[in-house]
Design a protein around this ligand. Sequence first.
Ligand SMILES: CSCCC(=O)C(=O)COP(=O)(O)O
Ligand SMILES: [Zn+2]
Length: 215
Amino acid sequence: MALNSRLDEENTVLDPAWEQARKDIVRAGQRMDQRGWVPATAGNISRRLTDGRIAITRSGGHKGFLSVDDVIEITPDGRPVQQGQKASAETLLHTQLYAHNPSIGAVLHGHSVAATVLSRDEQSDAITLEGYEVLKVFEGQTTHETSLDLPLFANDQDIARLATHVAPHLSNMPVGYLIRGHGVYVWGPDMPTALARLEGLEFLLACHLAHLQKG
Ligand SMILES: CSCCC(=O)C(=O)COP(=O)(O)O
Ligand SMILES: [Zn+2]
């Protein structure tokens, strides 16, 4: 047994880094639920450990009421490591981000009202957020006199096919992207950063929606 390992009640060897990743995901789900970004069983959450292992939410659970057992390990190409487990239906959208950028350590997907409504209504292929002080939450932004383009992709129940539409744009997405009538994907080097980016983005989307509704 490794020096930094512990045993649970059933004397199973616990791996501290893995257990921490699972707790990070459970807490992120609680936070996203408190903010109303993961209604019913919507949304999914993943974390990549420094050794390359990937933890992701199982499919179909309520993300505000996860237990660590609802977080499972997947291979880099998105297959559950343990037979019989069912990873998020959108696993391939997570693994394509990890494969694209080795510095990504956490990926969040939510279904807020603002992300869902705005992504349906916008006719062009991106939503432009500009003139807001909170844009400075994103690295490299030092003034509100800037703009951020959030790419929009058509929703598709075939996630592998949806991933092929996202793939050519991955190098040109500073913050995240939207799927029409569905939700938002955001990532970061670690869970706190990914959550802060999601919070900033959700605030900006809510402002944009309110602004459009005002007319
Ligand atoms: C009830 S929302 C439909 C599925 C979805 O879009 C989602 O984000 C949750 O899917 P998962 O398989 O990750 O639970
Ligand atoms: Zn979804």
